[in-house]
Ligand binder design. Structure first.
Ligand code: F6P
Length: 569
């Protein structure tokens, strides 16, 4: 049995490996038959449950309480045995040491090197990459400082007051989320930062309406520098700027973040104004690289470094902590438990912090683009469920929207609650009220309200017997809805860095458990190719065969589209 778990990094063909037939999977399957009948109310008869199923790290200030999960110590043992057999630790060492674990693209996965705060070298193809990484960090430091201190000026000698990041996917979601999350740390040197991602012209139009070309800097963020959305938006911004300030102004008002110097130069951005990163940084893991430049401009480079430090802290925790005390590993196996045994169809991320209002959107790409795969390490189609459908909104907004379905709907939806003891802001008693909800919801989800409790409550309220009979079934909460609570001492750049890295490693671990390549994204290609086929058809420059639905929709669009309209930009 053991050889089937052997480490694979290149996707060599290994026929007939069936993960679900391994003894570790079958142990879990048998154990699930017992656990599916267990209620959290019974599990909590053990008064030590919090001590047994929580990890409190006072160095960084994170408490990870996973006691409200449908598990006992045996479940945890089976799950962690599975993770050990799957060689999660060995694979993580391969990742950190620069092996090409992204075998379909023949790439290493080294976003962790970007936040390596030790003096230890990181080898890639036999060469230490830390000097190059540190050189780019230095360049980012100088640029962000000059910009914030008003030393980097626009073409007409004016200070830059507005930074516009043009990028999409990983070149947008990470920096956008972090700038929102750390908004409180903005100071008097902070420029306004705008994010343009959508190819829909409305996105860039509404930003351009707000800014003055003389005070604006465009950061064109694209790993490949070929992404249709980004290049279209960048060309529009360039045209707008040149129309107002002339061609020469491009040098002062455009910088690029990319791995593709050739394309950057072709676009008309001087290579000196390009901040480099490398193929071993995946787009959705790139906020730690030059892609973080808008963050450094927004909160200052020192705080950007604190963000890196937090991620580095979590990297060490992930590599060094035994599985029993390893937050990303435990979060990963719990997600796996619900996905593959309880057959949970989705998973919610619920930050009780308005500052984290883009956190779930950011994680959607990180998780779903990473693990939405169906081909395993042996290049075979898998026969079990992979990838989580993530969704969520900040609390308490979500409570007045979709929590009803989580509490009483027919779907089984595990949740992560994320909250802070000390938020950066201090506004009356808002935080206590927010956090009362943060504590109340997981409790309600776990324990619910039984028929007897409802009956007693309604009887005390003096309702008639008929009304009690009518209302009781509607007011019952079955409970037994699992949650993790991540309670963080303070919302700082450092703790945010650690939180993001926690989820990155959770995603990595799940990829290993499911034996999929978490670092490619072939699934986004087909739609892009077809859009390129259709584009010339919309201006009647081409005609291609389509199914009757697509053909008729395109025809209606062409027939009804108004032409000769005046442009807004
Ligand atoms: O959506 C596909 C994707 O390749 C993402 O993985 C990536 O983050 C995004 O497009 C943007 O790519 P780029 O940074 O090359 O413009």
């Amino acid at each position: 049995m053991n050889n089937v778990w052997q480490i694979k990094t290149k996707g060599e063909f290994m026929a007939k490996f069936n993960l679900t037939k391994t003894s570790q999977w079958q142990n879990l399957e048998k154990h699930f038959e017992v656990m599916k009948e267990v209620h959290l109310r019974d599990l909590f008869k053990n008064e030590n449950r919090f001590d047994e199923f929580s990890i409190c790290d006072n160095n960084i200030g994170i408490t990870f309480d996973y006691s409200k999960n449908i598990i006992n110590s045996e479940t945890l043992r089976f799950l962690l045995d599975f993770a050990k057999e799957a060689k999660v630790h060995q694979y993580s060492e391969k990742m950190f040491s620069g092996e090409k674990i992204n075998w379909t693209e023949k790439r290493a996965v080294l976003h962790t090197a970007l936040r390596n705060r030790s003096s230890k070298p990181v080898l890639f193809d036999g060469k230490d990459i830390m000097p190059s990484i540190n050189a780019v960090l230095e360049k980012m430091k100088k640029f962000s400082r000059d910009l914030r201190e008003g030393k980097w000026l626009g073409a007409t000698g004016k200070k830059i007051t507005d930074v516009v990041n043009i990028g999409i996917g990983g070149s947008d979601l990470g920096p956008r989320m972090v700038c929102e999350a750390l908004k409180f740390y903005a100071d008097s040197s902070t420029p306004a930062v705008h994010f343009v991602s959508n190819i829909d012209g409305a996105d860039i139009l509404e930003v351009l309406k707000k800014i003055n070309p003389e005070n604006s800097l465009f950061i064109v963020a694209s790993k490949t520098f070929t992404t249709l959305e980004t290049i279209t938006n960048a060309l529009t911004a360039r045209k707008w700027l040149v129309a107002k300030l002339g061609e020469k102004a491009v040098a002062n008002h455009f910088v690029a973040l990319s791995t593709n110097a050739k394309k950057v130069v072709e676009f008309g951005i001087d290579e000196n104004n390009m901040f480099e990163f490398w193929d071993f940084v995946g787009g959705r893991y790139s906020l730690w690289s030059a892609i973080g430049l808008p963050i450094a401009c927004f909160i200052g480079f020192d705080k950007f470094e604190e963000l890196l430090e937090g991620a580095y802290y979590m990297d060490k925790h992930f590599l060094e902590a035994p599985f029993e005390k390893n937050i990303p590993v435990i979060a990963a196996v719990l997600g796996f438990w619900y996905n593959n045994f309880f057959k949970a169809e989705s998973y919610t991320i619920l930050p009780y912090s308005q500052y984290l209002h883009r956190f779930t959107a950011y994680l959607q790409q990180c998780d779903m683009e990473s693990n939405g795969k169906t081909i395993n390490f042996e290049n075979e189609k898998i026969n079990y469920s992979t990838g989580s459908i993530l969704w969520g909104e900040p609390g308490t907004n979500g409570q007045h929207s979709f929590y009803q379905l989580i509490h009483q709907g027919s779907k089984f939806i595990p949740c992560d609650f994320i909250g802070f003891v000390n938020p950066p802001e201090n506004v009356g008693d808002h935080h206590e009220k927010l956090m009362a909800n943060f504590f109340a919801q997981p409790e309600a989800l776990a324990f619910g309200l039984t028929k007897d409790e409802v009956y007693d409550e309604l009887t005390k309220s003096g309702l008639s017997f008929a009304d009690i009979e009518l209302l009781t079934p509607h007011k019952v909460f079955e409970g037994n809805k699992p949650t993790n609570s991540i309670l963080i001492d303070n919302l700082t750049p450092k703790t945010l860095g650690a939180l993001i890295a926690l989820y990155e490693h959770k995603i990595f671990t799940q990829g290993i458990l499911w034996r999929v390549n978490s670092f490619d994204q072939w699934g986004v290609q087909l739609g892009k190719v077809l859009a390129n086929v259709i584009l010339p058809e919309l201006s009647k420059k081409a005609q291609n065969p389509h199914d009757c639905s697509t053909k008729n929709l395109i025809k209606i669009f062409i027939d009804k589209k108004k032409t000769n309209l005046q442009e807004n930009i």
